[in-house]
Design a protein around this ligand. Structure first.
Ligand code: SAH
Ligand code: SF4
Ligand code: F3S
Length: 457
């Protein structure tokens, strides 16, 4: 029987969560998920389109897979996710070893499509939906440590930042029924999981109204709601955090324009909501932020940082930044470096601007910062951030944190690693401790990326 499926995932946490939904949909229809690509009848690649290099990586991977296809002529390759949505049928023309293209809102139709592709057929379904949230599907957990899991709470994005392809690959923003989110988190907790991360492109705009229909299979009569029968993100966070004080709750990503004091207050009153906020700034220049259509100013952003520090003095703050966006001058770049010096992030994802087809930037702006200048600016940001992260970590020496143990340390089996509430990785001696336990660890030493400590009674 041709029913073994191998799934490979690229891109963001939302893609990882989607692959787990795809796994569940296929398993429910009798397909078997395999971890051995050599056994597979179908290889499904869940793709990312955020930067050109993300797409090039997938094209290289498709080239590598030709060797495997020669050995297994019945093997079919399918492209899922954002690159499938962006390129649609064109991708099958350009990459002739691909026989299936499925966009992020069409995964329910995947089993049927797999059953129909034979030697001659090519299939594509890239229809986007305004309502699909896969709310009723309990994801298969891949690569799991059994301790931490992702829960997708919304899909899509309609912020249309000028550089960004996501609104085109993921469609309109829509929120998932809070009852199904709480049920999924509770079920994970009962299975022994101790941390859930609620995912969306802009979780602060999560919004569910009472009169929306319940998901299929949902038997709960009532849900806790905020005023006017609306569940916003702060209410949702409270509902998930109240499942158990032993369940840690994280979330990503927050758009700075929508980060509310109400959310910070909910966090402050729930110690198990983790003290870590990912607040992508993208640029420190007012002019560039406007051109990016981010809809906040550096002043607004710094005001939000002050609010975080006010309500949550021990909160870590992380960010995303883009070097070399259209028309960026040396002065704009300096403004980004200044903002980094002011905020002193604990971690940053730093990128070189990559022009994406169909975005506002592609239609109306010119990619006029030379590549070597982009590289140079990126390197300056990386060097500055590396210094700041190291200094921040040095201040941690001597402090004690509650750590949720996740598993063996990557360097040595004699050690375990976990994270503190601030999401910093902490490594310590194994002793007779187990993943899933909470321990108190005093920090002894550090690098820019890791804290090393000792367990204290
Ligand atoms: N929804 C999140 C970000 C999702 S994409 C948010 O709004 O913050 C993750 C990061 O990729 C972005 O924060 C941005 O820093 C980066 N990114 C997006 N498009 C890019 C592009 N065209 N070139 C370079 N980096 C990009
Ligand atoms: Fe892209 Fe902006 Fe939406 Fe984030 S908020 S996914 S950067 S369009
Ligand atoms: Fe990439 Fe799509 Fe995520 S473009 S970053 S996989 S939403």
């Amino acid at each position: 029987m041709n029913n073994q499926v191998y799934i490979e995932t690229y891109g963001c946490q939302m893609n990882l969560a989607d692959s787990e939904v795809v796994g569940a949909i296929l398993q429910n229809e009798g397909f078997l998920l395999t971890k051995e690509i050599e056994q597979a009848d179908y290889v499904l690649i869940n793709t990312c389109a955020i930067r050109d290099n993300a797409e090039q990586r997938i094209r290289n991977r498709l080239r590598e897979l030709r060797a495997l296809q020669r050995q297994r002529p019945q093997l079919r390759i399918g492209i899922l996710g954002c690159m499938a949505e962006r390129l649609q049928q064109r991708l099958m023309v350009e990459e002739d070893n691909v026989s299936l293209i499925v966009g992020p809102d069409a995964y329910r139709r995947l089993p049927q499509m797999l059953s129909h592709i034979n030697n001659s057929e090519h299939l594509a379904d890239t229809e986007l939906s305004t309502s699909e949230t896969y709310a009723d599907i309990e994801p298969v957990r891949f690569d799991t440590n059994g301790i931490t899991a992702y829960i997708s709470i919304m899909r899509g994005c309609q912020n249309y930042c000028a550089y960004c392809v996501v609104p085109y690959t993921r469609g309109r923003e829509r929120s998932r029924d809070p009852r199904t989110i709480v049920a999924e988190a509770r079920s994970l907790f009962n299975q022994g999981y101790r941390e859930v991360t609620l995912l969306g492109q802009n979780v602060n705009s999560y919004r569910w109204t009472n009169n929306q229909p319940a998901a299929p299979g949902d038997n709960s009569q009532t849900a806790e709601h905020g005023s006017n029968g609306v569940t916003g993100f702060p209410q949702l966070m409270a509902m998930v955090a109240e499942i158990s004080p032993l369940l840690r709750v994280r979330f990503a990503t927050s758009h700075p324009k929508d980060l509310s004091d109400e959310l910070l207050q909910v966090m402050a009153s729930h110690p198990n909501i983790c003290r870590c906020i990912h607040l992508p700034v993208q640029s420190g220049s007012q002019r560039i932020l406007k051109l990016m259509n981010r809809r906040y100013t550096p002043e607004w952003y710094l005001n939000r940082i002050d609010a975080i520090r006010h309500y949550l003095p021990d909160c870590s703050i992380t960010t995303d930044v883009i070097a070399g966006f259209c028309t960026e001058t040396e002065q704009d770049h300096q403004a980004t470096l200044d903002l980094f010096r002011q905020v002193r992030y604990d971690y940053a994802y730093m990128f070189k601007f990559s022009m994406r087809p169909d975005t506002y930037a592609a239609k109306h702006l010119i990619d006029d910062v030379p590549d070597d200048v982009k590289t140079q600016r990126l390197e300056q940001i990386i060097a500055l951030q590396g210094q700041i992260a190291l200094e921040n970590n040095q201040k941690e020496i001597g402090r004690t944190y509650e750590v949720l143990i996740e598993g063996p340390s990557h360097r040595s089996k004699a050690q375990l690693f976990g994270r503190n509430s601030q999401n910093k990785v902490i490594v310590f001696d194994r002793a007779d401790l187990q993943p899933g336990q909470y321990v108190n660890v005093r920090i002894l030493r550090c690098t820019a990326a890791t804290l090393i400590g000792e367990v204290i009674a």
